[in-house]
Design a binder for this molecule. Structure first.
Ligand code: NAP
Length: 296
């Protein structure tokens, strides 16, 4: 129910119509109220805001003026928002992108919950990460959050695979002065076959295999035979679910993690920041699975 005191949350992006965030955040807000007694109800609504790049400054000034409580940021504003904030968290600086903004008495503070979202499903495994090797496919924005997450876990080796020598070199360079311990090596795709054999964690951060190209996989069928059966294979893509990449891994006895859990967990971390209370992750997950027609 919208009242005279309803506080505004939302997501900015361009385009933003595809975003699943309004669905899961509003489902969580409703569930919190369904579980509370009448005195402790929370009064928030989460809306999508399509904001063109040239309108970003005006929009953020407007958000300040109308007292928006907090918001998420998606493509193309994750870097452009940074100069408009009063403060940026250490993890957002390391990643070089902000996906969540909250308000303090100093002004807007930006952080990055993609790293926590990526880590949440991995942390359910009690592995000695310091002895493990991560192989990460892709060197774009999401890859940065994945590298930061792997570094936080303390991976012994992090290997990043890309198709552009220049982009790979710039990517590696950007981690040289990182406060996180990152033992990072860069590779072209033709080295993937031998890398897969060493991988304890193999992560796809490229869009290869994303709907509608559901027959594609970033890894050849034959190359997957080199994978060790106990490895974790993680795809950041959440539609289709599972992707061909994850199906190939599952057939070979690997542990498969899909991108939906990362999406849910980055959202839950953001909502906890805004509401300063624990949030129903189960409701957020179920709302997305139902919407996507997946089994519970
Ligand atoms: P991005 O910044 O555009 O990076 C994409 C990366 O994939 C780049 O390194 C790009 O290489 C590489 N790539 C693209 N097409 C390729 C191809 N055909 N062959 C080889 N490499 C290719 O995108 P992003 O923001 O990192 O997102 C990547 C994926 O992660 C998307 O599918 C997105 O939906 C997903 N994602 C999921 C979550 C989640 O919560 N589950 C969060 C963030 C992102 P070049 O640099 O050479 O172009």
């Amino acid at each position: 129910m919208i009242t005279g005191k309803t506080k505004l949350l939302g997501v900015i992006g361009y385009p933003v119509e595809h975003s699943l965030s309004p669905l899961m955040h509003n489902a969580a807000i409703q569930a919190i109220n369904d579980r509370q007694n009448q005195q402790n109800l929370i009064d928030y609504v989460y809306l999508p805001f399509p904001i063109k790049p040239e309108d970003l400054n005006t929009a953020i000034a407007g958000f300040s003026a109308i007292g928006v409580h907090g918001f998420n940021i998606t493509i193309p504003h994750k870097q452009a928002i940074i100069p408009l904030l009063s403060e940026v968290s250490d993890i957002a600086r390391v990643v070089g992108a902000v996906n969540t903004v909250y308000r303090t008495n100093k002004g807007w503070v930006g952080t990055n919950t993609d790293v926590a979202g990526f880590l949440a499903p991995l942390q359910t495994y009690n592995w000695n990460w310091h002895q493990k090797v991560a192989v990460i496919l892709g060197n774009g924005g999401a890859s940065r959050a994945v590298v930061a997450g792997c570094a936080q876990l303390g991976f012994a080796e992090i290997h990043v695979v890309g198709r552009s020598e220049d982009k790979l070199t710039a990517f590696q360079q950007s981690w040289v002065n990182s406060p996180l311990p990152v033992n990072l090596t860069i590779h072209k795709w033709d080295e993937l076959s031998s890398l897969i054999a060493q991988a304890d964690l193999l992560v796809n951060t490229t869009p290869i295999g994303m709907y509608p190209n559901i027959q594609e996989s970033p890894v050849d069928e034959a190359m997957f035979d080199n994978l060790s059966p106990g490895a974790i294979v993680y795809d950041l893509i959440y539609i289709p679910n599972p992707t061909k990449f994850l199906q190939q891994a599952q057939v070979r006895g690997a542990i498969a993690i899909d991108g939906l859990e990362m999406l849910v967990q980055q959202g839950a971390t953001a909502l906890e920041l805004w509401l300063q209370q624990s949030v129903p992750v189960d409701v957020m997950r179920r709302s997305l699975r139902q919407h996507l027609g997946l089994s519970k």
